[in-house]
Design a protein around this ligand. Structure first.
Ligand SMILES: [Zn+2]
Length: 243
């Protein structure tokens, strides 16, 4: 048996046996893995907080034959505020679901871990529109994964955008009407501008950004489509925000 200590965030939690739960954790240096929280369903269980999605803590784990059991947890941040507002809850759920879909066991992803914490912190404590936070989160992870969004000039010929712009669904490049390929879809100037503004604005200044709700919804739909094409995974938790 090995004792392990690691920072991790709870992505999801489900009942297991009569009194236990299995939580899925994402740790920046161990990737995604499951761990058992024993007797956590009994009243006054000491580690109840560690069974909540969004819980970010320092977990003490015991590994035995590839199975992990939580022996202790020091709470760093519960992000409880996210669970008190329906829109925040949906966006937070989409961030956790997207993370779970991307990260593999044993995969070291410290950059993604930092992006998740940034997004959840702003979701819990800032006045930024929830949809803007989710689009920002997607743009940051897409860029980390090699999408080359072109926000000011056509990615192919380098000309300024005039009338039409098309988004290539394979690589995220945005091209003009002359250069677009068959695997692109036309996007409106408003959606293009929405992507550009959110991409170029840091979190600490995003609360002053005001974008029409219909444009935000359309932009979120596109981000969801890009995600499903890239990862072959349809995000369920976005449906209520982007359908
Ligand atoms: Zn062009």
């Amino acid at each position: 048996m090995d004792n392990i200590k690691c920072n991790a965030i709870v992505l999801s939690s489900k009942d297991y046996k009569e009194k236990d739960k299995i939580i899925t954790l994402f740790s920046p240096d161990r990737g995604k893995f499951n761990a058992v929280l024993k007797s956590v369903k009994i009243a006054n269980a000491k580690l109840k907080f560690a069974a909540q999605p969004f819980c970010f803590g320092e977990f003490m784990l015991v590994e035995h034959c590839g199975m992990y059991t939580v022996s202790g947890c020091t709470l760093v941040e519960s992000f409880y505020e996210i669970t008190t507002d329906l829109n925040k809850y949906y966006v937070g759920g989409a961030i956790l679901e997207a993370t779970s879909a991307i990260v593999l066991p044993e995969q070291i992803e410290s950059g993604l871990f930092i992006e998740i914490l940034k997004a959840l912190k702003n979701l819990a404590y800032s006045n930024i529109n929830e949809r803007i936070i989710l689009i920002k989160f997607f743009l940051n992870i897409f860029s980390a994964l090699g999408y080359k969004f072109s926000f000011t000039k056509c990615a192919s010929c380098g000309c300024n955008f005039t009338v039409k712009r098309f988004l290539n669904l394979n690589n995220g490049e945005i091209c003009c009407g002359q250069c677009h390929t068959y695997d692109s879809i036309e996007i409106s100037p408003e959606v293009h501008s929405c992507f550009r503004i959110i991409n170029s604005t840091e979190y600490d200044r995003l609360d002053s950004v005001k974008i029409n709700i219909d444009v935000l919804t359309l932009t979120l739909k596109l981000a969801k489509l890009l995600f499903s094409l890239k990862f072959n995974y349809d995000l369920h938790t976005i449906k209520l925000l982007a359908d």
